[in-house]
Unconditional design. Structure first.
Lengths: 140, 94
């Protein structure tokens, strides 16, 4: 059965970039304002779910050849890894550091290890949400 | 003056959401319910925008964007389920 869904595909091509940009913005905004790894990860996962809705599983797997269970595992490893580094410096678990570095083009830029932890949280959320949605929408 | 106007608009949006909720529950067919849910999403988004004007804050802008995205994706999922009986296809037959 052939169903014409050219409108959905065309709209998806434009909207997917807006959603991905919002996800990355929310991920980096989490330091001082609403946002953070969890919300950014959820928005990125909704972008991937929109790709699955507009196309089908095999086409998306051809373009995004990730095993999303492994993505979630790498995220947990990154989050707990950055949390455990502080133990080796005689600090409590989950201690984070922040510093300012003078960069040649950008000037005084703030760097903090929370960003790595949040990246782990975001990867975990993306992997888990996509895995859940793919497994509850199985046809069989 | 503008404050009263905003509060009246907020009340009208609530009324509109209540009327649309009646269509969600009663709606004779499934496409009626899908369109009613999308309309609830758009009305809720506008109500949040008016609340953010009343409170004079920018903190709700991300909530508005995310609600718009989720309403869009939800409507697509509903319509795909109604039309084809499956939300995400294993392999498309085109």
């Amino acid at each position: 059965m052939k169903i014409n869904d050219v409108i959905l595909r065309t709209v998806t091509k434009a909207v997917i970039f807006i959603i991905l940009t919002l996800g990355v913005y929310l991920f980096f905004a989490g330091h001082h304002s609403p946002g953070g790894g969890f919300i950014g990860g959820l928005v990125l996962a909704s972008a991937i779910v929109l790709l699955y809705l507009a196309n089908d599983i095999e086409t998306v797997h051809k373009g995004l050849p990730f095993n999303f269970k492994k993505v979630a595992a790498i995220g947990v490893l990154l989050a707990t890894g950055t949390a455990m580094v502080s133990i080796f410096f005689n600090r409590p678990f989950l201690t984070q550091v922040a510093t300012y570095i003078e960069l040649p083009l950008l000037g005084k830029t703030s760097f903090s290890s929370v960003t790595l932890f949040e990246a782990g949280v975001a990867l975990t959320v993306v992997g888990t949400v996509v895995t859940i949605i793919l497994s509850i929408s199985e046809e069989e | 003056m503008i404050h009263t106007l905003l509060l009246v608009a907020l009340a009208l949006f609530s009324l509109s959401i209540a009327i649309t909720l009646y269509r969600v529950i009663k709606g004779p067919t499934m496409p009626d319910r899908a369109i009613a849910l999308d309309t609830i999403g758009v009305n809720l988004l506008s109500a949040i925008a008016i609340v953010s004007i009343v409170l004079q804050t920018k903190a709700y802008l991300e909530a508005i964007l995310i609600l718009g995205i989720l309403a869009f994706i939800g409507t697509i999922a509903f319509t795909k389920y109604i039309e084809r009986g499956v939300v995400i296809e294993r392999k498309s037959d085109r």
